[in-house]
Design a protein around this ligand. Structure first.
Ligand SMILES: [Zn+2]
Length: 372
């Protein structure tokens, strides 16, 4: 047997072992989670009894997607009950691995990940934790996972700056909190953890890192945030889409300076050009019909543009009136995000000269008028 084929064989073997371990891990994690939930119910003390009445119930799954990919999710209660919790993707080749995003940084979430990496995921050597963007549902687990796994953190430099800019919870579009004290407290922890995440490696557009034999390329795809990166695995044609493409629903694009609708649409086109076989999104399940998904998102935005123009034409003059017409049923905690969407569309159309904006002194409402 040649050296090369031996090496290939051992890589294959390692892959098999990893896949098996992932499968086993999934079962174990499910069991552990069920036991923790059960323990919490009975109020028993023990190592799986992290959850109690004062803490939210947790649900964890580690789902192997293919020979190189595992989805690790610790479900936490957040702003919307129907919106899936952020994904942590484990990309692996043999024993070498990387995390794409780090999820939430509260004790419960970190504990669940620690259990995985000290148990059935212990054969993975995680070299890199690459963040798609700076929002705390993707980064706040980063500081502690970096220590636990002795991994290097990486992010686009634009979002590194945003990550390390203190956020005012009253103005940030990402902190659209309902009146919920417990959730507000946990969000404060997430914010602190994200802010205190050290970054080891800046990843600009086109820069790469290796995971075993795999090459992962950063693709700068702004829109959701200014320094949003997708990560493209050249050998498997998998694209980690961050929050630009989600497994469920459409992503929130805020108005400038946080979001940019035109940049987002340009990013979608750029993502489509990569001709990925699989999208691994920031939230929700993987997507294999990648082209159709991109088209669906582009069409969705075009429809919204037309609806907004139509409303303005019918005398809806402020972004609040437009938001109420577009999202009549929206729950309270998501209103600000919805208004942000509307303003993001308006800002783009203002930029194109389709819509005119008059700012008044009375607070944040704008009056909008068609110029053509
Ligand atoms: Zn997110």
């Amino acid at each position: 047997m040649t050296k090369k084929s031996k090496a290939r064989k051992s890589v294959k073997q390692a892959k098999k072992t990893a896949a098996k371990a992932a499968e086993k891990a999934q079962k174990t994690v499910r069991k552990a989670t069920a036991a923790a939930a059960e323990g919490a119910k009975r109020g028993k003390k023990g190592k799986t009894t992290k959850a109690d009445d004062t803490q939210p119930k947790i649900e964890t799954f580690a789902r192997p997607i293919n020979d190189n990919l595992l989805q690790h999710v610790v479900v936490v209660r957040q702003f919307s009950r129907t919106f899936p919790t952020s994904n942590v993707w484990l990309l692996h080749d043999g024993n070498e691995a990387a995390l794409i995003d780090a999820g939430f940084g509260d004790d419960l979430s970190i504990e669940e990940r620690r259990k995985f990496f000290e148990g059935d995921g212990s054969n993975f050597n995680v070299g890199t934790i690459a963040f798609t963007h700076h929002h705390f549902d993707h980064t706040s687990g980063g500081r502690r996972l970096r220590e636990l796994l002795r991994a290097n953190t990486a992010i686009n430099p634009i979002d590194e700056a945003l990550l390390h800019t203190p956020i005012d919870p009253s103005v940030s579009g990402n902190d659209d909190l309902p009146d919920d004290k417990e959730l507000a407290e946990r969000a404060a922890v997430w914010r602190d953890e994200a802010f205190n995440t050290p970054i080891d490696v800046p990843l600009m557009d086109g820069e790469t890192f290796k995971v075993g034999g795999l090459t992962v390329r950063a693709v700068h795809t702004p829109g959701h945030t200014a320094g949003h990166n997708c990560y493209f695995v050249e050998e498997t044609l998998t694209l980690f889409t961050g929050d630009n493409v989600l497994g469920v629903g459409t992503s929130a694009i805020g108005p400038p300076p946080n979001g940019d609708m035109q940049a987002y649409l340009d990013s979608l086109v750029r993502m489509r050009e990569l001709q990925s076989k699989l999208f691994a999104p920031g939230h929700g399940p993987t997507i294999s019909a990648t082209d159709a998904k991109i088209q669906e998102l582009i069409d969705h935005r075009a429809t919204r543009d037309r609806q907004i123009i139509d409303l303005i034409d019918h005398g809806y003059a402020t972004d609040r009136q437009i938001r109420r017409a577009l999202y009549p049923e929206i729950q309270r905690g998501l209103r600000r995000a919805a208004s942000g969407q509307v303003r993001a569309h308006l800002a783009r159309m203002v930029g194109q000269g389709i819509v005119r904006v008059d700012e008044t002194d009375e607070g944040k409402t704008w009056s909008v008028a068609l110029t053509k």
